[in-house]
Design a protein around this ligand. Sequence first.
Ligand code: ADP
Ligand code: MG
Length: 241
Amino acid sequence: MIKVKNLTKEFNGITAVNDISFQVEEGEVFAFLGPNGAGKTTTVNILSTLLAPTSGKAIVAGYDVSKKGIKIRRLIGYLPEDFGLYPGLTIIQNLDFFGGLYKISKNERKVRIEELLEFFDIWEKKNAPVSTLSKGTKQKVSLAKAMIHNPEILFLDEPTSGLDPMIAKEVLDMITELKKDGKTILMTTHLLARAEKVCDSVALISEGEILCVGKIAEIKSELKTSTLEDVYFAVIGENHG
Ligand SMILES: Nc1ncnc2c1ncn2[C@@H]1O[C@H](COP(=O)(O)OP(=O)(O)O)[C@@H](O)[C@H]1O
Ligand SMILES: [Mg+2]
């Protein structure tokens, strides 16, 4: 579903992403793990066609990000690091606005929004302005927004960051539900123990380079570690030492 080959992104001489390659299979949950500044958001933004790569290739749902941005954008949902909602608008108004951008008809939008309000358990707050909501509720609205056009592929940048552990668990449980629906999900996260439960595969990235990539079970057996956290400390720690 996602194929990345020798992808590099430079910002005025700074290499944010350095020659990375990986693949995400259909229906897989794939996590990008790494310290702040590793290049996770930059990679997600290239795959979401918000940023152009400096070199290399990225194919999403069979389309080249450098050539078919508009096609790709209809097939993907994107959860940015900072919610990306209109704070002055209510939950319904936000979802209706973004649904309109995808040219979903008024009636279809209404049905879809009701489904999402149910799924994310935010029905009661549907007429509250987003600015009045807790961080956790904002994150659920932001996920609902990413799902408004029922995309096959989801890019979730730090979907649990800043959430308390209970809400973070709820959000990750929802991601598991989306996986059961057959969605392909690429997410970035810091929650290693939870990521281990939700994800099939991971890429460990540091200073723009992928140090380790593959199925979690295979990586653990190769490195003879029992948890993803141990993998992280072994791989990222070695690189920093
Ligand atoms: N628009 C930009 N202009 C210049 N440098 C940037 C820009 N975006 C990201 N960077 C740099 O690229 C590197 C990777 O950043 P980012 O992808 O946001 O990392 P992460 O999401 O893993 O924390 C950092 O050194 C960051 O400062
Ligand atoms: Mg980031």
